[in-house]
Design a protein around this ligand. Structure first.
Ligand SMILES: *Cc1c(COP(=O)(O)O)cnc(C)c1O
Length: 335
C-alpha cells in the first residue's frame, strides 16, 4: 500500500494519540481498553471526516474547483469539517441538509448548526428524508456551473473510495504506533455510518495483512444492509489502492445499539457518554461515538471481549454537537 501516490492536503500535523484507558478498563472489569484519539484531528473541532477531506480537498483543488457542494444530517460533523476545509482553502461551500428525523432541523440550533453559519456556508438548504440526495447534489452543482462557478461534489460523509483512503492511512498509522509501543491489539471497535471510516480501515488493514479484526457498530442501518455497504466500499477502496480486496467475512457491523433510529438517544448511549466523560475526561458524542462505545460496553458485559485481550476503540469525534443534545444527556432523573 503506497498512499504517497495520492495528492493530499495535510490537515493534522501529527499522528493522533493512542492512549490507554486504565480507569475505564477497571470500571468495565474485562479487557484492557485503548483509544485512538481521532477526535483530535485538525480542522474545526476534529473528528474522522478530517482524514477523508485530506484526499477529497486535494482532488477538488487539482480540478480547479471554486465551490464545494456536500450534504449531511442536521448536526452533521461532516458538513462542519468540510466548511472548515473549504474556508482554509479559500473555496465556497454549499450544504444540503437531509432532515432524517422529521422536524429535527432548526437553523438556530447550537452545536454544529451554529458553526455552519459561523464558518460562512454560502448556502444551507434543507430537504426532507427520502429525497434523492445524489440528484440533489447534482442539481446544486449544475446551479453553481450556471452561475459561472466550478463545483466539486463531496458525497455524504466523504464516503467514496478517495475519502476512504484517509482511513487506510489511519490503519497504517495505528499499526506503526502499536509497533512503537510494543503492544499488539486483538480487536478494533469503530462507529459505522456512511461506511467510509469502517471500509477504509478494512482496506488498509487487509492491505497491510494486519490480522486485526474490526467490529463496526451501526448508528443507522440494519446489519445486513450496512455490511453490504461497507464491503462494497472496502472493495472499491482496495481497487483504488491496488491492494487485495477485503472478504465479506471481514465485515462485521452490529446493529443492536442503533436504538429507535439515527441520532435518537438511547439509555445505553447516555450511560456510555457520561461514564467515559466522568472516568477518563474524554468527550464522546450522542450520535456516533456514544452509541459505538455503548456497543463496546455491552460486548465486554457479554464476555465477547474478555480479560487478557487488548481492545482499541477508534474515537471518531463529534463532541461539537454536544450543546445541541444537552437535555438528552443529563443524568437519569435530571431531565
Ligand atoms: C461521520 C461520523 C462517523 C461515521 O463515520 P462514517 O465514515 O460515516 O461511517 C462516526 N463518528 C462521527 C463523530 C462522525 O461524524
Amino acid at each position: 500500500m503506497n498512499l504517497a501516490r495520492f495528492p493530499r492536503q495535510r490537515y493534522t500535523p501529527f499522528a493522533t494519540p493512542l492512549e490507554p484507558l486504565p480507569r475505564l478498563s477497571v470500571r468495565l472489569g474485562g479487557p484492557e481498553i485503548w483509544i485512538k484519539r481521532d477526535d483530535m484531528l485538525g480542522l474545526a473541532g476534529g473528528g474522522n471526516k478530517t482524514r477523508k477531506l485530506e484526499f477529497l480537498m486535494a482532488a477538488a483543488l487539482a480540478e480547479g474547483a471554486d465551490t464545494i457542494v456536500t450534504m449531511g444530517a442536521p448536526q452533521s460533523n461532516h458538513c462542519r469539517l468540510t466548511l472548515s476545509a473549504a474556508a482554509k482553502e479559500g473555496l465556497a461551500c454549499r450544504l444540503i441538509i437531509e432532515e432524517r428525523v422529521p422536524g429535527s432541523y432548526d437553523a438556530h440550533a447550537l452545536g454544529n448548526n451554529q458553526l455552519f453559519e459561523l464558518m460562512g456556508a454560502a448556502a444551507i438548504r434543507m430537504v426532507p428524508a427520502g429525497t434523492d440526495i445524489p440528484g440533489e447534489l447534482a442539481r446544486e452543482a449544475e446551479a453553481v456551473r450556471a452561475a459561472g462557478g466550478k463545483p466539486y461534489i463531496i458525497p455524504g460523509g466523504g464516503s467514496n473510495p478517495l475519502g476512504a483512503l484517509g482511513y487506510a492511512a489511519c490503519a497504517q498509522e495505528l499499526l506503526v504506533q502499536s509497533f512503537e509501543l510494543g503492544l499488539a491489539f486483538d480487536h478494533l471497535v469503530v462507529a459505522s455510518g456512511s461506511a467510509g471510516t469502517h471500509a477504509g480501515l478494512l482496506a488498509g488493514l487487509v492491505a497491510l495483512n494486519a490480522g486485526l479484526p474490526v467490529t463496526g457498530i451501526n448508528v443507522r442501518r440494519p446489519r445486513a444492509e450496512q455490511e453490504g455497504n461497507v464491503h462494497r466500499l472496502a472493495v472499491a477502496t482496495a481497487a483504488l489502492l491496488g491492494t487485495p480486496a477485503p472478504a465479506e467475512a471481514d465485515v462485521v457491523a452490529r446493529d443492536e445499539w442503533v436504538g429507535p433510529g439515527y441520532s435518537l438517544p438511547t439509555p445505553e448511549m447516555v450511560d456510555a457518554v457520561r461514564t467515559v466523560a466522568a472516568v477518563e475526561g474524554i468527550l464522546l458524542d450522542p450520535v456516533y461515538s456514544g452509541k459505538a462505545m455503548a456497543g463496546l460496553f455491552a460486548l465486554v458485559g457479554a464476555g465477547v471481549f474478555a480479560a487478557g485481550q487488548r481492545i482499541v476503540f477508534l474515537h471518531t469525534g463529534g463532541s461539537p454537537s454536544l450543546p445541541a443534545f444537552a437535555g438528552d444527556l443529563r443524568a437519569p432523573g435530571q431531565n
